[in-house]
Design a protein around this ligand. Sequence first.
Ligand code: ATP
Length: 234
Amino acid sequence: MLTINNIFVGYGDTVVVQGLSMEVRGGELVSLVGANGAGKTTVLKTISGLVKAKSGECRFMGENISGLEPHEIVARGLIQVPEGRKLFPGMTVLENLELGAYSKEAKKDKKKNLEYVFSMLPDLMSKNRNLAGSLSGGQQQMLAIGRGLMSSPKLLVLDEPSIGLSPLLTKTMFDIIAKIKLQGVTLLLVEQNVNHALGMADRGYVIEQGRIVMNGPAKNLLHDEHLKKAYLGM
Ligand code: ATP
């Protein structure tokens, strides 16, 4: 579904992603894990068209999307839920959700998607008239995911959904992600929470200083000695 071929990406003269390749197949949950500043968000911004790679390419559903604008990539069903929620705090929960359905494709499915989001995230239904800014951190993260689901994703990309959440809410969040996968949505999950992210993924990639240093079935990675030492404190 998504293939990233040897991308080099940077800001100004600094190259922060250095010859990175990875892929996500239809129906998979793939986790990209790594420490602070390793380049995870930069990879996601490149996939979404927010940052242009200096070289290399991203292909989605067989098509080169490297030169496309972000809205054209969204229209194809590659939807990103950004780190830090990026909600509109002065708008209601419902209005924020409806903003997820702005592309022509998603507009057609707005009613069906809204029912789906409320069935997956029932907390949002009871709060649909509340202002997004009045929600707790966990509810805001759920709203951000709900807004992503309103965009009719073929591939849903989640950037650090557990950031800032308590351990209990983190578990709830990962349970929701597992439920979304069961509905047939392909997922790319970017996380610093290595244990959780690999625990639920089919495959994983480990990024260090802009390069993939390890990849494979997620369960195998969790047993890797370097990974255990570097990321799990074992
Ligand atoms: P985090 O988990 O902290 O978000 P990350 O793995 O997502 O980290 P990136 O945000 O991709 O990492 O950052 C990779 C490197 O690129 C870092 O050294 C960061 O300082 C740098 N960087 C990120 N965004 C910019 C920018 N807009 N301009 C200049 N440098 C940037």
